[in-house]
Design a protein around this ligand. Sequence first.
Ligand code: XLS
Ligand code: NI
Ligand code: NI
Length: 431
Amino acid sequence: MTDFFNDISPLAYAPDSTDLAFRHYNPDEVIMGKRMEEHLRFAVAYWHSFAWPGGDPFGAETFQRPWFGNTMDLARLKADVAFEMFNLLNVPYFCWHDADIRPEGDSFAESLNNFKEIIDYLGEKMDASGTKLLWGTANLFSHRRFMSGAATNPDPEIFAWSAATVKNCMDATHKLGGENYVLWGGREGYETLLNTDLKRERQQAGRFLQMAVEYKHKIGFKGAILVEPKPQEPSKHQYDFDVATVYGFLKEFGLEDEVQMNIEQGHAILAGHSFEHELALASSLGIFGSIDMNRNDYQSGWDTDQFPNNVPEVALAYYEVLKAGGFTTGGTNFDAKLRRQSLDPIDLIASHAGAMDVCARGFKAAVAMLEDGTLEAMRAERYAGWDSTQGKALLESDFASIAAELEAGDVNPQPRSGRQEILENIVNRFV
Ligand code: XLS
Ligand code: NI
Ligand code: NI
């Protein structure tokens, strides 16, 4: 045991508690035939909670964690504290980037050795605690070598470095029984067209993703490969803008049956969409995979990665997740970080506990809306015309026949109310 969380005890479900506890998240409560824990599949993100030092563009680190530093001993201490937190929160999953868990070495080989040693260490801790890996991923954006991209770099040596890194991160994810492998295209985009061959860069990114899929099959990894869309930041233009853009990209490279989406609340907002729009679109395209749960500050226009605290928003998101059939390999990963003034160990615990409660409330509201059925019934009623014999025949017809029939008759269709406010009032009954 480390002494980091000192006198904080494991959190329990205690609906009336005014102390550090869960008031809404009850992992064992059975809802729609499944335990809440199995529905929500919460994961802690290693990078925000254990690797992020609290910097912003105007100031450096505010957090002074005892494990900060570039040695193997400190990496092991970080893992010890991380697993203590998973235990306090009783979260079933966690996620990592290679760079979060191991110290960077002086060469590829040295970094890889460090990485493999820590992966074995994490494996032992997972066996002992029962915590599972939701997904692994490679950090191909922080180090200066990636400043002009990873797969989309003008320099082939960086493509090779990135490919070898992803290969090893996929091996490690596979070894730890990870349920997904994520690719977020951090620096896959550009700052100025003046120095960028956009066509070539997209081809490189497409081939890179094909290689990842080929490698998954080669090693027999059964988890899902997930791409995480984001419209900008760090690059001004990112190639994986949103779900619709990524779907077109997958089609272009023949990957639409191989790759699914990891959709992040804050990225959806940056793209000018709502979270539920991105979820519903992915579901309708058959590529919904997992979610990165957080929230953005609506004023700043940045990816602020705050912990979720808006129940109605979360409810509409889980409503789409439920309509998509719920998670299979995916889950709810808290890709969220503390504010840089939240210095204390208790802030780390309270932020996650609060977020888990917000998600539980939103989830229960979504279940209630679905079980009530009014929303779905009203939607079905709105489109009922398309289920009629004439409606179905229309899509089999052609312009000339449709026009001939219309011109011969005497019809004058009348618009019907879209009922938006009534529908919003219905949602309000549940949140
Ligand atoms: C950054 C991304 C990142 C991915 C994993 O904006 O959300 O955290 O989830 O690389
Ligand atoms: Ni993000
Ligand atoms: Ni993310």
